[in-house]
Design a protein around this ligand. Structure first.
Ligand code: ZN
Length: 234
């Protein structure tokens, strides 16, 4: 899901930023107040440095941003940020088997900014950048597939291609390729796409996605990995 963050959080961030500027000008002079250390390729890539073709994967959300979620009858709540991290690691494993070096923007439950995600893809010299999300809706019947492009000239063809490879994951009408002026898509300089393979909130989908390493998570991961690999090897 790619919903805009709530206004109150933005306001709080703005106030904090103003406070930082007033009280700790030295932190501002050092640049990028409030940001953590840059994402480290040594920990987040399967191989680094590398001569292999690099694929950058971005598991959506993380840390204080959970994305969408689903509450099961037994009281368990499964969050998008956790499911997409699991799926991204499965995509990584398949791509490594195809001979790629794979870099993840996060390998645990970390809070990341959007531009930070795109900057990391640039840092590692990724050939392709794929953001991995699951969609959410208040209507539990909805389930279809979407891919998003940021900059038309670099992302549209790849986003269209990935939709053709992912659309059969869901059976409902409504699949489409859309534009989303997302900071990560706009920052990354290589061909990029944001994938919403299915709706985590769908009543039939959710049970299949509940467990770590479930067959459904593997199926989605294989579709993404095979889409990436076949795009580069037509
Ligand atoms: Zn999302």
């Amino acid at each position: 899901m790619i919903a805009v963050r709530p206004l109150h959080r933005r306001s709080a961030t703005l106030l904090l930023t103003i406070f930082s500027l007033l009280v700790v000008p030295s932190a501002f002079a050092a640049g990028k107040p409030g940001r953590g250390a840059p994402i480290d390729p040594a920990t987040n890539c399967t191989q680094w440095p590398t001569e292999k073709t690099v694929i950058a994967l971005d598991p959506g959300h993380g840390g204080d941003d959970s994305g969408t979620g689903y509450s099961y009858p037994d009281g368990t709540r499964v969050l998008e940020k956790d499911v997409v991290l699991n799926i991204a690691k499965l995509v990584r494993d398949t791509l490594v088997g195809h001979g790629y070096a794979v870099c993840l923007t996060r390998i645990d439950d970390k809070t990341l900014g959007n531009s930070e995600r795109g900057e990391f893809a640039n840092t590692v010299g990724a050939r392709l950048f794929v953001m991995i999300h699951l969609n959410g809706s208040t209507d539990p019947a909805v389930n279809h597939t979407i891919t998003f492009w940021g900059k038309k000239s670099k992302d549209l063809a790849f986003s269209r291609y990935m939709l053709t490879k992912l659309k059969d994951l869901t059976t409902q009408e409504g699949d489409y390729v859309g534009q989303f002026a997302n900071g990560a898509l706009l920052t990354a300089t290589m061909e990029s796409t944001l994938t919403e393979s299915a709706f985590l909130t769908n009543q039939d989908e959710a049970p299949l996605l509940k467990e770590v390493d479930s067959e459904r998570r593997h199926v989605i991961a294989r579709a993404i990995a095979n889409g990436i690999h076949s795009y580069l090897n037509p």
